[in-house]
Design a protein around this ligand. Structure first.
Ligand SMILES: O=C(O)c1ccccc1NCC(=O)[C@H](O)[C@H](O)COP(=O)(O)O
Length: 207
């Protein structure tokens, strides 16, 4: 099995971004969703990305953003990958002609295999916890046994991951990548660099 990749999401400052990269994160995520305490402006994200060394994937996260708002962000911010975390249809996701991942908030009975087929153009599918009324960044894990084997897309596992449970999550799910936000924070939007390092050590120990 190839090494599991990692994304640290909800990055709001240069120091946290550099700490994530130094710890070995493959990608960092920026939340462009105003209702989140982790939300950043295009200017903030641009400044953080300008401070990054090469070979770090930058991910822009949107929740049902309008085309105008999303295109303005794309014009201002050098994003490598889009993450659609709302109810965006496959057609809407495809409409930006950029690599993207689609997030699914998982609850019992969801047809995850069908969703992987529906979002045929996605680079990957991010599986996150379903919490009524909260689109993401919940800090809640979901029942990983709900994830079927043999899905047609690379799976990014998210939702309540921490330095303490990520190894078990990888052993059980064998995802392409893991994604974390709250589990490596001091407070919403402020990352704890020791927890980032502990999380990345735990991921590397499975590789
Ligand atoms: O992080 C947020 O605040 C957020 C808000 C609205 C939609 C999505 C959001 N985050 C998406 C992510 O990719 C998070 O990393 C993912 O939901 C996992 O979060 P956590 O459970 O805190 O690790």
């Amino acid at each position: 099995m190839s090494a599991v990749r990692s994304k640290i999401c909800g990055i709001t400052c240069i120091d946290d971004a550099l700490a994530a990269v130094a710890a070995g994160a493959d990608a960092i995520g920026f939340v462009f969703y105003a209702k989140s305490p982790r939300a950043v402006s295009a200017q903030q994200a641009r400044a953080i990305i300008a401070a990054l060394p090469p070979f770090v994937t930058t991910v822009g996260l949107f929740v049902n953003a309008g085309a105008c708002e999303l295109n303005e962000t794309l014009d201002a911010v050098p994003l490598d990958l889009l993450q659609f975390h709302g109810d965006e249809t496959p057609e809407q996701c495809e409409g930006y002609h950029r690599p993207y991942i689609k997030a699914l908030r998982v609850k019992a009975g969801d047809d995850i295999a069908g969703a992987c087929k529906a979002y045929a153009g996605a680079s990957g599918i991010l599986l996150d916890a379903y919490v009524e009324g909260v689109p993401g960044g919940t800090g809640q894990a979901f029942d990983w046994s709900l994830i079927p084997q043999g899905l047609s897309k690379p799976i990014i596992l998210a939702g309540g991951l921490t330095p303490g449970n990520v190894a078990d999550a990888i052993a059980q799910v064998r995802p392409y990548a893991v994604d974390v936000s709250g589990g490596v924070e001091k407070s919403k939007g402020i990352k704890d660099h020791d927890r980032i390092r502990a999380f990345m050590r735990a991921v590397r120990a499975t590789n």
